[in-house]
Design a binder for this molecule. Structure first.
Ligand code: WTA
Length: 641
């Protein structure tokens, strides 16, 4: 028999899922016939509006699209009140476990009280509708409470991933002019407290707009205290009233700002709005993960990323689901920690990233085998293309060869899933995100904008959860996403189409790296490196990595009078870690005398990737100095010895 390549194998939807799935056959045709009618129906079914909208989409000022015009709603009301008022009052909303085994369960009724109280507490600290609130938090229930309390007041939040450095936090606070920072004393990492507040304090040395800092007592580590600025979460909660009237927000009011890396050194504050976002995140989670009341849903993303916003917090709560969250490392105290918790909490829907799957794969099947994972019905993957081997391993060893894998393609900017299978409908192939979600129009186009089987991934029409602008910089929004192909949104990814019409996303085609599913701009790392007095110039590339997908690899030209050494490598790596955060630290630093540049001065990263990944060097004819490549390759070979 001829052997079928992994990526050509087809896995049909399991009959038991198809029979009772939320997404029924015909959903694609329905949405295709009347795209806006589809979103209109989703909006009516899934959102409780204080005032109905007049119109589904306003596109007269493209690319500044508006959805659900004049509708009024409140996200915390949709995520909490409406369930607390229903027979879900005593249903678990959040089940939480910390690394050291602390457990918390909040029912919808309890969550509602916490959110109301914290909204009052924030209001007491002077937070009003429209004010920005920064969060620098571990994965603890208080973080969810804080996010929801912000939405109750109508104060856009800006979460900064806890792994980011004080400088990164400071820049993000200053860019959006946040009034309050919410953080925690610390959280546990491999059994030791990580001093989150200490980092926060450093950031706040230079943030003129911050008036107050609310601190959750979590790890119990010692903290410094600034009288008049710092307040304990438990103190303000104890004094807060039990009810806060949810603000009636306009559908287009800003819900949150989330910074993400782009092609320049300065991260972009992606602005999301209220109505369209709440419609699409719910619709996608309901259909793609087939959410039912009896589910225990676990998305392992950190709340500091878009996946944490949309699919740890807002979508599952808006749907009235039970979510599980864990704050800690995935191999503490042992490499079966995740599966131990999946078994103990009866997780039925599990969503994680390829980089984690490859790590589990490396550790071996003995760890998942120790646990009964039979409750798992649907699996998901996000963050980067999943390689077919990792897909198969996930399918067999976590899903027991019965749970379909939803490979979801989307971005911080899209807010919600865009390309994804549906569990009861789509035949799967390992490694492809398959088809656009109903109501989403995607294409692959060539340099000239014509539809093609290989090329650039674009989104052809507006979608409800789309980015509205870049905070404080609408021109950059237009330039970044809409300039290159006119009326199409350019995602920055390359893609190809197979003989079934499925879309295979092949990765970024711009100067953005994807390290363990985390976005990093090459320019960000380069500007951190050139800050060091020894460095004249640098070029950063993503080098293929078995676990992380890509690792950061930096080519560095030193200033006259400096010599490369292991000591200097350590120093530069450390500097990037301090400047941006540990995820940005280069794995490789190669000192070189030159960089391959075109005659117009643009660095040809493609050629550097060829060197780093050990390939024959590609076409170098456009180089200003064609000899440069030989020297760089020799330098690189020297480093490998
Ligand atoms: C990549 C994360 C292939 C892609 C939600 C995108 C993926 C970037 C997938 C966005 C996937 C995410 N298959 N590539 N299923 N999911 N990506 O903004 O390059 O952190 O542009 O959003 O991750 O990363 P972001």
């Amino acid at each position: 028999m001829e052997k079928i390549a992994l990526e050509d194998r087809i896995f049909n939807p399991p009959a038991d899922i198809t029979e009772q799935a939320n997404a029924k056959a015909g959903i694609y045709e329905l949405a295709k016939k009347d795209r806006l009618g589809f979103w209109d129906a989703q909006a009516k079914e899934l959102v409780t509006w204080f005032k109905p909208y007049d119109k589904v989409l306003e596109d007269s000022n493209a690319p500044f699209f508006k959805w659900f015009i004049n509708g009024k709603l409140n996200v915390s009301y949709n995520c909490v009140d409406r369930h607390a008022k229903s027979n879900r009052h005593n249903k678990a909303a959040i089940m939480y476990e910390s690394e050291i085994g602390k457990k918390v369960c909040l029912t919808y009724g309890m969550l509602s009280r916490e959110v109301n109280k914290f909204a009052n507490a924030l209001a007491g600290l002077g937070v009003k509708k429209g004010d920005r609130v920064a969060l620098y938090m571990p994965m603890i229930p208080e973080a969810v409470v804080a996010m929801l309390a912000c939405t109750r007041i109508g104060a856009p939040h800006s979460l900064v991933f806890g792994g980011f450095s004080p400088e990164s936090l400071r820049d993000r606070i200053n860019d959006c002019g946040a009034k309050v920072l919410i953080t925690a004393d610390g959280n546990f990492r491999r059994g030791n407290p990580f001093p989150l507040k200490q980092n926060g304090d450093k950031a706040l040395e230079d943030t003129p707009t911050i008036e107050k800092c609310v601190v959750v007592k979590n790890a119990g580590n010692d903290v410094a205290w600034v009288e008049g600025r710092d307040v304990w979460y438990h103190d303000v909660m104890a004094a807060a009233g039990n009810y806060y009237e949810p603000e009636a927000m306009d559908s287009e009011d800003v819900l949150f700002i989330l910074y993400t890396s782009g092609t320049t050194g300065k991260p972009k504050g992606v602005v999301h709005s209220t109505g369209g976002y709440l419609v699409q995140i719910q619709s996608t989670l309901k259909y793609v993960f087939d959410i039912k009341d009896e589910d225990v849903y676990w998305c392992t993303a950190d709340i500091g990323w878009i996946t944490g916003h949309s699919y740890v917090v807002y979508a599952p709560l808006a749907l009235g689901a039970t979510l599980f969250m864990y704050d800690g490392t995935i191999d503490y105290p042992d490499k079966d920690r995740m599966w131990d918790m999946a078994e103990r909490y009866g997780v039925s829907k599990f969503y994680t990233a390829p980089t984690a799957i490859r790590t589990f794969m490396k550790w071996g099947t003995e760890y998942p085998k120790k646990h009964d994972l039979s409750a798992i019905k649907v699996l998901g993957s996000v963050g980067e293309p999943i390689n077919p081997e990792a897909w198969m391993w996930y399918y067999e060893h976590i899903g027991g060869s019965k749970a379909p894998i939803m490979d979801t393609w989307w971005q911080t900017e899209t807010g919600a899933f865009m390309i994804t299978p549906l569990p009861g409908i789509t035949p799967l192939k390992p490694g492809t995100a398959t088809n656009p979600f109903p109501g989403i129009e995607v294409d692959i186009i060539d340099e000239n904008g014509n539809s093609a089987d290989v090329g650039y991934l674009v989104i052809k029409s507006a979608w409800p959860a789309m980015i509205r602008t870049i905070f404080g910089d609408p021109d950059r929004y237009v330039d970044q996403y809409w300039k290159r192909f006119g009326k199409y949104y350019f995602a920055g990814d390359g893609a190809k189409r197979d003989n079934m019409g499925y879309i295979w996303v092949t990765g970024r085609v711009d100067d953005v790296l994807n390290v363990s599913g985390h976005r990093l701009g090459t320019a960000e790392v380069e500007s951190a490196l050139v800050e060091c007095p020894e460095v004249a110039e640098s070029a950063v590339i993503g080098k293929k990595h078995d676990i992380k997908g890509e690792s950061v690899c930096a080519f560095v030209i030193l200033k006259e009078g400096f010599k490369g050494s292991q000591e200097l490598i350590d120093k530069l790596r450390k500097h990037v870690g301090v400047k941006i955060g540990p995820i940005a630290r280069p794995d490789d630093i190669i000192f070189t005398a030159e960089l391959p540049k075109t005659r117009s001065g643009k660095i040809m990263r493609r050629l550097l990737r060829d060197i780093a990944e050990g390939r024959a060097i590609g076409d170098a004819t456009t180089l200003a100095d064609p000899g440069a490549m030989k020297d760089i390759a020799a330098q690189y070979a020297g480093k490998e010895d």
